[in-house]
Every structure is written in C-alpha cells, then in structure tokens.
Design a protein around this ligand. Structure first.
Ligand code: F3S
Length: 282
C-alpha cells in the first residue's frame, strides 16, 4: 500500500526536545525526576519509569525530594519552582520550550516596567501557571471573549497582552480587538506557536488526497480529536487509533493511498509501527 505520512505528525519541536532531554538524563547517575509527566502519553511515562525516571505530581512532593535531577518539561514552570528546586540542592535541567521561555522573558521585563500583564489562555493550564509565575506583579488571565468583554482596567500604565502558545489565533485576534475597542493602551505580543496549525493544515491537505486516513493519538488528547475532525471532513474513511493494536482495517481493493498523521503527544515509534504495518500488510 502506498502511504503518505505527515511530516509534522506527532511531537512538535519543543516536546521532542524535552522528551529527548529526559531520555539522555535517564542514562546519567542519580535519581531523575520530571516536574509533572513529560508528555500526556502513558506509554512514554511508563517506559521512563522503567528507566528510573519518576514524575513529580505536586509542589508538596517536590519538597520531599532531597537529591537528584529534576527536568522541567516543555510547558515550563514558575520562577518560584525553579528556585525551590535549586534551594533543595537538586540539579535542574530546564527543557522549557524556547518559545515558552520567550514569554517568560517578556512578562518578566514588561511587568518590571510597570505594565499590567494579560495572558490570553486557559487559567489553570500548567503553561499559563508557569507564565504567571514570571510576572513581577499580579497578572490577569483571559480565557474567552465573554471575559474580555467584562474586563475593566483602572490603571494608568499600558496593558501588555501575551498568549498561551497553543491558543487559537482567530480567538486571540478577537480578544485583542475587544481590548482595543475599549480604548485601552495595549502592547500586543503574539506568542502563539504555529506548530499545531501547521500540523492541522498538513493533515487536511493529506486527507483530501487519500482513500483512507489514519489519525494516531491518545483518547483524551484534544489536539488529536481536532485532527480527526479536520480529516474526517475531507476523507469519509478516517480512523482514530491509539496504537497499532486498535487498527482493524478491512480495505476494499480500490484503496490505493493511505494517509497517516498523529497528535502532538504520539511518539515516533508508534507512528513508525503503524506506517510499516500498513505499507506491508495491505
Ligand atoms: Fe511545541 Fe513549543 Fe510550540 S512545546 S507547540 S514548539 S511552543
């Protein structure tokens, strides 16, 4: 069977870098920890556990650790967590995605200059929590158009608006527009990363060309779900699988071309396995 594999299937640059960092560290001496699971993929987390890498579940758990190395994942963490790791005498390996690190630098500098930071993103998301933790003054999180409409600002200094890297670009633009219509003096830094959009655009293009489309990713992964929806619109025969074990395809003779893409937390080996299987067995 002929297969088109999406170039941007699976890990984005920042996640790939963070996962590779942990695997490199796993070979080193001493205990290795990650602050939170390195990615939302159980198989990867379990595999790392077998290699002696433990995912720290909370700040309270971090406080109980007296030695070893802590790897910070691509989402990043607050400055306070970085300091805590160092205060406890632990070695810190920072695998924060450089695009997220850039946001930390912006909010730190702009808030120090007295500007009110507004983060457009999902409150409670670890990346947003991390960003808030680099602001010198309390920041505001705006999640939706409704929240932007309700927002009131009495301060005199400008507002500095940044975004969570995975926020939807059109929604971000709409929210910025609301702020501008209110007459606020705003500095807008578009910090959205285009990795997700590039993956989606590519998946759509491939799905429109193939007879069957396979989307690989975790059941709970919202970005994989989104990829599936995009592909399904283009190609009726689109299948969502977690691993090769879920693949029960009975393809009619007429099928000539199969497309494959994968969500952001799908490791390469799973993608490869599916690809090889389809190439050889159909
Ligand atoms: Fe990935 Fe970094 Fe963008 S983690 S989605 S490359 S901000």
């Amino acid at each position: 069977m002929e297969v088109i594999l999406a170039e941007k299937a699976g890990f984005c640059f920042g996640v790939k870098r963070a996962v590779e960092t942990v695997y490199e560290q796993a070979g080193a001496d001493g205990k290795i920890y990650t602050y939170g699971p390195i990615i939302h993929n159980e198989e990867v987390v379990k595999d790392l556990e077998k290699k002696g890498v433990h995912a720290i579940a909370s700040e309270a758990e971090l406080e109980t650790i007296a030695e070893g190395t802590v790897v910070i994942r691509s989402h990043g963490v607050s400055e306070a967590i970085c300091e805590k790791i160092e205060r406890q005498g632990l070695r810190c390996v920072d695998a924060t995605c450089p695009f997220v690190k850039r946001i930390h630098d912006i909010v730190s500098k702009e808030s120090a200059a007295g500007r009110q930071i507004v983060v457009i993103g999902n409150a409670g998301h670890p990346e947003v929590e991390g960003i808030l933790g680099w602001c010198r003054t309390p920041a505001i999180v705006i999640e939706s158009l409704e929240e932007a409409e309700k927002f009131r600002y009495e301060g005199e200094k400008e507002l500095c608006i940044v975004s969570q890297t995975t926020y939807n670009y059109n929604k971000f633009q709409d929210i910025v527009e609301i702020f501008e219509q209110k007459g606020y003096n705003v500095i807008v830094v578009n910090t959205i990363c285009n990795a997700t959009e590039v993956r989606q655009t590519e998946a759509k293009k491939i799905a429109s060309q193939v007879d069957v489309m396979i989307v690989i990713g975790g059941n709970h992964s919202s970005n994989t779900q989104k990829l599936y929806e995009i592909c399904k619109k283009e190609c009726e025969n689109t299948y969502f699988i977690q691993t090769l074990d879920d693949l029960y395809l009975e393809l009619p003779e007429s099928v000539r071309l199969v497309g494959i893409t994968a969500g952001a937390s799908t490791p390469n080996n799973i993608i490869e396995e599916v690809q090889n299987y389809v190439r050889i067995n159909f």
